[in-house]
Design a protein around this ligand. Structure first.
Ligand SMILES: Nc1ncnc2c1ncn2[C@@H]1O[C@H](COP(=O)(O)OP(=O)(O)OP(=O)(O)O)[C@@H](O)[C@H]1O
Ligand SMILES: N[C@@H](CCO)C(=O)O
Length: 295
């Protein structure tokens, strides 16, 4: 049996819609695989009651098919589905690493990105790779038609997850078809600033570069309490706040000294409108880890 821990991720980071992503130190999915004549899946853990075990409907089933690697796959969910924290992608990335090893397929982590993205196509209708790339590779990732670039970073973040859900499929439905040139220019400038901030490990630059006036306002409108939580986090010292992935998770970037205050104020802001939430005080972290081998 092989075991892989695959981290949650936050995609977009505001200015990098469908391009930027970061691996988070926590939470994570744990995937265990054993060779089998046909693929079967069992799911336990956070939100497992909402996740299909049918291989045709689960992201790991799509990965097993793409790798021609039938297996019994056990998923222990640390990342709740429809969270904006790359739940479906964490499972897909973990399965890709585990099955690649189990069947000695020999793919590099970079080569596994489009394979794991097949799982995302299954659940959201498009094979966007901005969650699977950081879950596989760790750090800050930039996915374009030219492939994936990455840099290590250890920026402190708070990922605050309300009890509500937003499906990526629905959230992709509100993405505008067109944008004003002024907004495009602002967003390009912010994305460049954010990338530089990641390379320099600078939470101010990263936070300043998260603003986006094109997709984020439409997504934020789907999250009850978003403005209140964002304003509270900024007041507590966050250098930038945005929708995590497709939401409803909200991501704040901050200095380590402000992390605790940012987390408690975000929780308090959701609580003030009667929404329970939990906050992960973590930082940009490493990619999927293969930590047990017993074949
Ligand atoms: N292994 C899996 N883990 C989690 N969700 C899965 C899995 N396989 C299929 N799904 C389905 O995918 C959907 C959740 O994926 P979705 O992309 O909407 O959420 P997310 O991955 O948390 O969000 P985001 O991509 O915005 O970070 C749910 O309908 C869930 O049942
Ligand atoms: N870039 C994707 C990521 C989903 O987590 C989206 O925002 O739709």
């Amino acid at each position: 049996m092989l075991t892989v821990r695959a981290p949650a991720t936050s995609a977009n980071l505001g200015s990098g819609f469908d391009v930027f992503g970061v691996a988070l130190g926590a939470p994570a999915d744990v995937i265990r695989v054993e060779r089998a004549p046909e693929t079967s899946i069992s799911v336990t853990g956070a939100g497992s009651q909402y996740i299909p075990e049918d291989p045709k409907k689960n992201t790991v089933g799509a990965v097993a098919e793409a790798l021609e690697a039938p297996a019994h796959i056990r998923i222990d969910k640390g990342v709740r589905p429809s969270s904006g924290l790359g739940s479906s992608a964490a499972s897909a990335a973990g399965a890709a690493v585990a099955l690649n090893e189990l069947y000695d397929r020999g793919y590099t982590r970079e080569e596994l990105v489009p394979i794991a993205a097949e799982g995302e196509a299954l659940v959201s209708g498009e094979a966007h790779a901005d969650n699977v790339a950081p879950s596989l590779l760790g750090g800050f990732t930039i996915v374009t038609d030219h492939g994936v670039n990455r840099v290590d970073a250890s920026i402190p973040v708070v990922a605050c997850l309300p009890e509500t859900t937003v499906s990526t499929r629905d959230a992709r439905g509100v993405v505008p078809d067109r944008a004003h040139m002024n907004d495009v220019v602002d967003t390009v400038g912010n994305a460049a600033t954010l990338s530089l901030g990641m390379a320099k490990n600078d939470p101010e630059l990263v936070g300043n570069g998260m603003n986006d006036g094109i997709v984020t306002p439409e997504r934020a409108a789907l999250i009850r309490g978003y403005d209140r939580v964002r304003d509270a986090a900024l007041e507590a010292g966050a250098t930038g706040v945005t929708v995590s992935g497709a939401g409803p998770g909200i991501l704040s970037v901050c200095h380590a000294r402000d992390q605790r205050a940012v987390a408690s104020t975000m929780l308090g802001a959701f609580d003030s409108i009667g929404i329970e939430s939990r906050a992960y005080q973590t930082s940009v972290g490493g990619g999927a880890t293969l930590f047990t081998e017993d074949r």
